[in-house]
Design a binder for this molecule. Structure first.
Ligand code: MBD
Ligand code: FE
Length: 313
């Protein structure tokens, strides 16, 4: 039995009442957006003949997502983060701000306030002796190829089990999170450990949504970056370590060809010594090109609630 009631004056009037159109107060934008959102959902309920059982199961799932703080995790899984990137790319293209290192999503696991260092930082706390040593380095340049001295390079990544400090209580504070101020040649250097890919917790509400779509919750091994410098466009990006089976099957849709980096396995003791390392390591090089801009709003990361970051504005 199907009924179609959406396109009746009764439902249309009801939606206007629900969205606050008859009220003086509130925000016009909120009213417009909620009206559109509810209209689309009411119509969907009609078109798909959504049952009360299905509706209340969804309400319960959303409560579970909120309780687990997982809306920020489901969001990239449903492609919203990448879609916002596509929109920002289109805005940049229209303004002819092109040619720099491409952006890709921030993800939900950034933590503000990581220790700062000049030129070089060791990122791992040394507690994981079994992991491969990673030597992570690169140069920040502008579109003319000139170095950007003093650029802020903030880096965060997972450990060898795919866990991030702060969210994974087994790790020390700010493990694998650092801000490195690039040297006079725009270069940054870090000693760390090779990360593993991330997997959405099995059985979690996000996992339930992905399973219902026949999808998995895996990400390839990756390293997150924020890069900024006065007079330059802020860049939020990531690199992927090449060769991961999930490279082109990332549940968060963050992979970009230009951001794939091949690690170089080094066994040479002279090369190790030159970097102050004791044994074999993997060198990962990621050079960054920033576009110039005079607009202050383009020089900082966009506002969003972030762990340990004071709400601004
Ligand atoms: C991650 O490490 C991540 O970067 C994203 C986007 C989602 C979940 C885990
Ligand atoms: Fe990540």
């Amino acid at each position: 039995m199907t009924v179609k009631i959406f396109d009746t004056p009764e439902v249309h009037d009801f939606l206007k009442t629900v969205a606050g159109f008859e009220q003086e107060g509130g925000s016009d934008r909120a009213k417009q957006i909620v009206h559109r959102l509810l209209s689309d959902l009411y119509r969907l309920i009609d078109d798909f003949d959504v049952t009360p059982e299905e509706f209340w199961a969804t309400v319960s799932l959303m409560n579970e997502l909120g309780k687990a703080s997982q809306f920020g995790l489901l969001s990239p899984g449903l492609g919203f983060d990448h879609y916002l990137d596509m929109r920002m790319d289109a805005v940049d293209a229209e303004a002819e701000r092109t040619g720099g290192t491409p952006r890709t999503i921030e993800g939900p696991l950034y933590v503000a306030g990581a220790p700062e260092a000049e030129g070089f930082a060791r990122m791992d706390d040394g507690s994981d002796a079994d992991s491969e040593v990673m030597w992570l380095t690169g140069q920040v340049r502008n579109l003319d190829g000139e170095p950007v001295p003093g650029a802020r390079v903030e880096i965060w990544h997972a450990n060898a089990k795919g866990g991030y400090s702060h969210f994974d209580p087994s790790q020390s504070e700010y493990n694998l999170r650092r801000t490195i101020i690039a040297d006079d040649e725009g270069r940054y250097r870090a000693r760390s450990i090779i990360p593993s890919g991330y997997g959405v917790p099995a059985g979690s509400p996000t996992d339930k949504v992905l399973k219902a779509l026949g999808r998995h919750g895996q990400r390839p091994a990756h390293i997150h970056y924020f890069i900024s410098a006065p007079g330059h466009q802020h860049l939020t990006t990531q690199i992927n370590l090449a060769g991961d089976p999930y490279t082109w099957d990332d549940f968060a849709f963050a992979t970009r060809e230009e951001l794939l980096v091949d690690g170089r396995a080094v066994n040479d003791s002279a090369e190790a010594e030159a970097r102050g390392l004791e044994g074999p390591f993997t060198e990962v090089v990621f050079d960054i090109t920033l576009a110039r801009t005079a607009a202050p709003e383009l020089q900082t990361r966009h506002k969003r609630p972030r762990a340990l970051e004071e709400a601004a504005g």
